[in-house]
Structure formats: structure tokens, C-alpha cells
Design a protein around this ligand. Structure first.
Ligand SMILES: Cc1ncc(COP(=O)(O)O)c(C=O)c1O
Length: 360
């Protein structure tokens, strides 16, 4: 009986037709490897901050829903970035906020993306029923403001997205280029600054000048909280009012709200980590630069984009055989690889493996 029902019932036919071919996100899970593929902070959480989180567990009220407005966390984020709490919205990772932006301003229309860029913008746009319009970056990966403005105008896009520093290319966009775009479009312009703590110009000063600016930030990278999923968005309260319509009421759990507040309390300890990561990035750039036929690209983030004369798939596989995981950008950027800065020991292991692979 069950077999007959299964034969007749095909959920794929009930799925929205334009989503039937969408490939689900494939997590790259290789246990026991040195993970240099997802741009996380490689350092352990500052021990005192961890103690405080553990001690605070007893005050987190698990039976109750979390504060839907995350009042205390938004107040602390506002103080960190130098804005008002009304200009802050928190999300279950910035991924959730990207989705909410696509739902609010993209659905049924176009979303202009400066590509190549973080793939979730294309995927969330598609899920939200929006069409992503790719505006390729220049050969040096800089943004051509004129092309972005033109694309937004021609397509009538209500959402334009730039990442600065950009993932996966690593380069940041100067504020004057961002301002040129903000001045010449009525669309909501999202500047994703997930990696700002590692470099690039801060867009916060532009918030009081441009009502159409949205800045996305996260605790996943610099603050080492990727596992707790805390992202935030900075914008004019009028934009936040619209986004509140699609926000899940209890999107950010109580534990993550409390942990992110403690992370901000230990800012000096994190700043020390960022300084180390930035210094080690420069060392890694120099070490990669001397390898024959390896091309590296300038970066303002905690990762480096590079190409090799050897096929990227082979380099990726050979590194994996040596228990080192980096990102092969595959279809998004064929032939390109991305490695994030790890601890000094991890960077050394990566460089040793690269030398073995390149010199054979
Ligand atoms: C540019 C950019 N934006 C957003 C995200 C998502 O971050 P979160 O962990 O806050 O969802 C990433 C993650 O890699 C990213 O690279």
C-alpha cells in the first residue's frame, strides 16, 4: 500500500518549478584536516571570555523564548560600531539577513551583484524568487561603479550588492566608489563587510549620509563565533522597519545573544588576534609569492586568492591528501583557489605541503 502511494506521490512535482534544479548547499566536511577553507578565526576563544560564557549559562533562561528584539545585544553592537540601536538588526548569521534582504527587496525582481562574490547572494536571490544579475568585476577585481549603476537602472533592480572586502577575491572597494553607487541609484545598496576587522574602509560613516545603505557584518569571522550564528545589519531605521516584516520572531537564540555580548566585552583580546592574523597574512603572501608559477592576488581580508600552473583540482586534492583543506572555487571561479590564514603552525604546514606539490 505504502509503495503505491510513494509511486503516485512525487514531492518534486509540488516544488516551485524554478527551484527544482537548485543544488542544496554542500558542506565540505573532512574530519581531521587543517581547516583553511571557510575564513574562520583560527584562534581559540579567549579563555576568560569562555569562562564567562560558561558561568553565564545558568542565567540564560532556556524554557523561555529569546528576546525577539535582542535589545541588549543591539545596544552593545551599536556601541561597538558607533551607531544607535535603532540602526541595528541581528540575524541567525548574516546568511539569514541576506535571505531577508532578498525576500524584502528582491522577490519578483532583479538583484544586481558585483561578481565573482559570496555565492549565497545568488542562491538566496533564487530562493526568494528574484533574478540575480551579475555585473562582472574588472580583471583586477575592482568594481566598475558605472556598470553597476547602469545595470541597476536598466533592470529596475531594487537591491544591489557589493562585498568589501570581497569574498573570494579579497580586495576591498574604496568608499568613494561605494558613494558613487549610493548617490546614483534608488535601490537598496548592501555593502557586506563580513571581513572588515581584517581590512578595507569602514562604511559606517556613510550611514548618516545615505538612506539606501545597508551594511552587513558578522561575529562568524573576526569574533570566532561561526558556530553560534550571529550576524548583524546596520541601516536607516526606515529600512529596518521594512525588514522586520519578514524577520522570524525568535531568530537569534538566547545563548548566542549572550555569547556575542561577552565577545564584545573582550574586544582587546580579539584585537590582538586580528593583529596576529593580519601580520601572518603578509607572511603567507610573501611565502606564496616566491613559489614558481603561483599568482597571488592582493587581499584586505583573512584569506588569499591564488592560482597555480598545476591544475587547481590537483593542488586541492594533493593538499587534502596531506590533511589540509582549502577552497577550490570550482565553477564559481575555475582555476582559482582560496586559503585562509590559520595559526602559524597551520600556515607552516600549508606552505610545506605547497612546496612539496609545486616542486614535486
Ligand atoms: C561575504 C560574506 N558574507 C556573509 C557570510 C556569511 O556569514 P555568517 O556566518 O554570518 O552567516 C560569509 C561567509 O563566508 C561571507 O563570506
Amino acid at each position: 500500500m505504502k509503495k503505491d502511494v510513494e509511486k503516485m506521490f512525487n514531492p518534486a512535482l509540488l516544488m516551485r518549478a524554478d527551484l527544482r534544479d537548485l543544488k542544496p548547499y554542500q558542506p565540505h566536511h573532512y574530519p581531521g584536516t587543517i581547516k583553511l577553507d571557510t575564513n574562520e578565526n583560527p584562534y581559540p576563544f579567549p579563555p576568560q571570555a569562555l569562562d564567562e560564557i560558561s558561568a553565564g549559562l545558568k542565567d540564560v533562561c532556556f524554557p523561555r523564548y529569546p528576546d525577539p528584539l535582542a535589545v541588549a545585544l543591539r545596544r552593545d553592537i551599536a556601541a561597538y560600531v558607533g551607531m544607535q540601536p535603532e540602526q541595528v538588526l541581528v540575524g541567525n548569521g548574516s546568511d539569514e539577513l541576506i535571505f531577508n534582504l532578498a525576500l524584502s527587496f528582491g522577490s519578483g525582481g532583479k538583484v544586481v551583484l558585483a561578481t565573482p562574490t559570496f555565492s549565497m547572494y545568488r542562491i538566496h536571490s533564487q530562493i526568494a524568487g528574484a533574478e540575480a544579475v551579475a555585473v562582472p568585476r574588472e580583471p583586477d577585481f575592482s568594481i566598475n561603479a558605472g556598470e553597476i549603476i547602469k545595470a541597476a537602472r536598466i533592470t529596475g533592480a531594487k537591491l544591489v550588492v557589493l562585498c568589501s572586502p570581497n569574498n573570494p577575491t579579497g580586495n576591498a572597494t574604496p568608499l568613494q566608489v561605494i558613494e558613487e553607487i549610493l548617490r546614483n541609484t534608488n535601490a537598496v545598496v548592501v555593502v557586506d563587510q563580513a571581513y572588515l576587522e581584517f581590512g578595507g574602509e569602514n562604511c559606517v560613516p556613510l550611514l548618516n549620509k545615505y538612506a539606501n545603505l545597508v551594511i552587513l557584518r558578522t561575529f562568524s569571522k573576526a569574533f570566532g563565533l561561526a558556530g553560534l550564528r550571529v550576524g548583524y545589519l546596520l541601516a536607516d531605521p526606515k529600512i529596518i522597519k521594512e525588514l522586520m516584516r519578514v524577520k522570524q520572531p525568535y531568530n537569534l537564540n538566547s545563548f548566542s545573544q549572550a555569547a556575542a555580548r561577552i565577545a564584545l566585552k573582550y574586544l582587546p583580546a580579539f584585537k590582538n588576534q586580528w593583529q596576529k592574523i593580519i601580520a601572518d597574512r603578509e607572511q603567507l603572501l610573501s611565502a606564496l609569492a616566491v613559489l614558481p608559477a603561483v599568482q597571488i592576488f592582493p587581499t584586505d581580508a583573512n584569506y588569499i586568492l591564488f592560482t597555480t600552473a598545476i591544475d587547481a583540482g590537483v593542488v586541492h586534492r594533493e593538499l587534502l591528501a596531506r590533511k589540509i583543506l582549502i577552497r577550490n572555487l570550482g565553477q564559481d571561479m575555475p582555476g582559482y583557489l582560496r586559503v585562509n590564514v590559520g595559526t602559524p603552525a597551520e600556515n607552516k604546514a600549508f606552505m610545506q605541503a605547497m612546496q612539496e606539490i609545486i616542486y614535486g
